[in-house]
Design a protein around this ligand. Structure first.
Ligand code: PMP
Length: 360
């Protein structure tokens, strides 16, 4: 049995052991080619199959219709913060944003470099502890789109209900919740996610874009920055991150073989409940976020003082539990429990928390 840490890292994060072992088994000889998948031409038949099949697997798992392009893009989710406004906010127009925390803020900041943005709702005064209710959001009917961060990785919150957008396209950053719960893709005009949390290695963004958005003329920008360029070239305009696309395909196989996203959702909710139940069980622990917006991927909590938090992190590490320190910008503690974090790891964390409380 491989030595494995209880991996609560926020990203890059745990991947299924089965995926890693499969990649290991064919690392030096992929599909009887005598080459590694990272040694072969991206224009060759073997990799072309990987690219096409991975695309088809993502479509099948998420129930994506032919109305959408599925693209594998370089540069992670941060690149999308730049490309979305460049491509989809036309001359003289603006887009709406909701600010729920660190990642929504970054998306707003990048869009503001080139374009007019309207921030409809901002929870800064409360330190980003909740998402808006649908009734609180009045989208500007002329907006080019509404952008949301569906799950804030640092703040540990997610939407309980989606804003009503009418005909305004909804664009969601799902970096830390992609494929963790069943969603209706048809509610969105675009979904994007850095792969490194739930679905693969870093440096790759999965982008699901409704085709009508691609008809918007982005004006005079470099070809590389146009979504249409990547769509026309099946994500191979330039040399793609072949390794990341290959691993994403293996993760999709793994999900499919284990009941798909619905099965993941069930287990993810059970895992999250286990941790929240411990947090709620006594005043020793404190969750800073609104109960209805608690993330099931990134659980954040606090201890009575900084000293105890440091002790918790040190002792958890000594017990083979990695990544429980909160993000440096907010402090506290955080457990990222993505799809690939086994229930046994969450059980170990809960057990450790109970003992820590007793001893302190
Ligand atoms: N959005 C969210 C919600 C994230 O959690 C992250 C990464 N932690 C990003 C965007 C940025 O992703 P990347 O590092 O792939 O650019």
């Amino acid at each position: 049995m491989a030595f494995r840490a209880h991996n609560f890292n926020a990203g890059p994060a745990a991947l299924p052991l089965e995926v890693l072992e499969k990649a290991q088994s064919e690392l030096t000889n992929f599909a009887d080619s005598g080459m590694s998948v990272i040694e072969m031409s991206h224009r060759g038949k073997e990799f072309d199959d990987v690219n096409n099949q991975t695309n088809a697997k993502v479509r099948e798992l998420m129930g994506i219709s032919d109305d959408y392009e599925v693209l594998f893009m370089p540069g992670g989710a941060s690149m999308q913060f730049c490309l979305i406004p460049m491509n989809f906010i036309r001359e003289g127009k603006s887009a709406d944003f909701i600010n729920t925390g660190a990642w929504a803020t970054k998306a707003i900041k990048e869009a503001s470099v080139y374009k007019n943005v309207n921030v409809l709702w901002d929870n800064k005064d409360e330190n980003y502890i909740k998402c808006p209710k649908a009734s609180e959001i009045k989208v500007n009917p002329d907006a080019e789109y509404l952008h949301i961060c569906q799950n804030e990785t640092i703040g540990g919150i997610k939407y309980a209900e989606l804003p009503e957008c009418g005909d305004v396209p909804l664009i969601a950053d799902m970096s830390s919740c992609i494929m963790s719960e069943v969603i209706d893709v048809n509610k969105y005009a675009m979904i994007y996610a850095g792969a490194q949390k739930n679905i693969g290695p870093s440096g790759l963004a999965l982008c699901i874009i409704r085709k009508d958005l691609l008809e918007r003329d982005p004006g005079n920008i470099n070809n590389f920055f146009k979504y249409t360029t990547h769509a026309k070239n099946a994500s191979m305009f330039n040399t793609p991150n072949t390794w990341a696309i290959y691993i994403l395909g293996l993760v999709c196989d793994h999900l499919k073989n284990n009941g798909g996203i619905a099965a993941m959702e069930k287990v993810n909710k059970e895992k999250a409940k286990m941790v929240y139940d411990v947090i709620d069980s006594s005043d020793f622990w404190r969750s800073p976020v609104a109960v209805e917006n608690r993330s099931i991927m990134n659980i954040v909590w606090r201890l009575p003082n900084e000293e105890l938090q440091k002790k918790f992190v040190a002792e958890s590490k000594a017990n083979n539990m990695i990544g429980l320190k909160g993000h440096r910008s907010v402090g506290g503690l955080r457990a990222s429990i993505y799809n690939a974090v086994p229930k046994a790891s969450v059980e170990a964390l809960c057990q450790f928390m109970k003992e820590f409380e007793k001893n302190n």
